[in-house]
Write a protein that binds this ligand. Structure first.
Ligand SMILES: [Fe+2]
Length: 273
């Protein structure tokens, strides 16, 4: 597992260190906690895909996940911790959300909170989650007799559009604004026009297979969902007019049978100064 620290200049009174966890996909987390003990971040921010997005065969998603709840409890006992939802969190029920909150981790579900007098943190929920919620609500309205918790799998008419109506209120707040947004491909169309200082993403798993491009003298990813082949946004830092985007390569692999190649798992720290 690589550990990467980004240094970001910010208009804040005291330095602040954020640990960014993405795409853990219900994997063991011992090395992450060891690193957190060494690095002593001020907070931990989970930017989606903590679990695996399969329909649960019994119980709820969080009950079936092996490592997610213990990991959240361990995070909350280390330092203030926050969780924003990615596409794999589409099947979380209200019971699951209550279980997450009970760990002590603050859920940022299209909402924001203040970390201290200088810094705010928001969480933009994946459109996969909001699309599924919308269709499930409509389905139950039409089929009140159906009590199955998951009457269908993925949303039939995905919009791929996250719910951004709260971002204007977020950007109007005084302070340095950090947004957790699981999908890096959402930055350009939905986020970069807002005055949000820093956006943190994952999802692309570094493009799964990474290779070196000698012409551009840089490493590139091969494929990412919704970005296709040779995607632009898979890892690293991108600067925009109003703010910047940091993309983690993530902490696990779900693209079986395609292995991660030249693409170690990555735990990111962001040192604001
Ligand atoms: Fe994802």
């Amino acid at each position: 597992m690589d550990i990467k620290t980004y240094y970001v200049k910010a208009t804040i009174s005291y330095p602040y260190k954020l640990c960014l966890v993405t795409d853990l996909h219900d994997r063991p987390y011992r090395k992450i906690l060891q690193s957190v003990r060494r690095e002593k971040p001020d907070s931990i921010a989970i930017a989606g895909d903590l679990i695996i997005g399969k329909l649960p065969s019994r119980g709820t998603k969080m009950e079936q996940a092996r490592h997610a709840l213990p990991f959240l409890r361990a995070c909350a006992s280390s330092c203030p911790s926050y969780y924003s939802l990615g596409n794999h969190e589409a099947f979380l029920s209200d019971t699951d959300l209550a279980m997450i909150r009970a760990t002590g981790v603050q859920l940022l579900d299209n909402s924001y909170t203040r970390l201290n007098k200088d810094i705010l943190l928001g969480g933009l929920t994946s459109s996969r989650v909001t699309d599924y919620r919308r269709e499930r609500k409509a389905y139950y309205h039409q089929h009140p007799e159906d009590t199955r918790p998951y009457p269908f799998c993925w949303a039939s008419y995905p919009t791929n559009i996250p719910r951004t109506d709260w971002l204007s209120d977020f950007e109007a707040q005084k302070g340095y604004k950090i947004l957790l947004s699981h999908h890096p491909e959402d930055w350009e169309p939905w986020i970069s026009s807002h005055k949000i200082d820093l956006t943190c993403s994952g999802h692309a798993h570094g493009g799964q297979i990474r290779f070196y491009n000698p012409l551009k003298k840089q490493w590139k990813g091969l494929f990412a969902p919704r970005q296709g082949v040779l995607p632009a946004l898979t890892a690293g830092r991108v600067k925009g007019k109003q703010g910047q985007l940091i993309i983690s390569r993530g902490l696990a692999n779900t693209a079986w049978p395609i292995p991660r190649l030249f693409n170690p798992r990555e735990l990111v720290y962001i040192q604001l100064y």
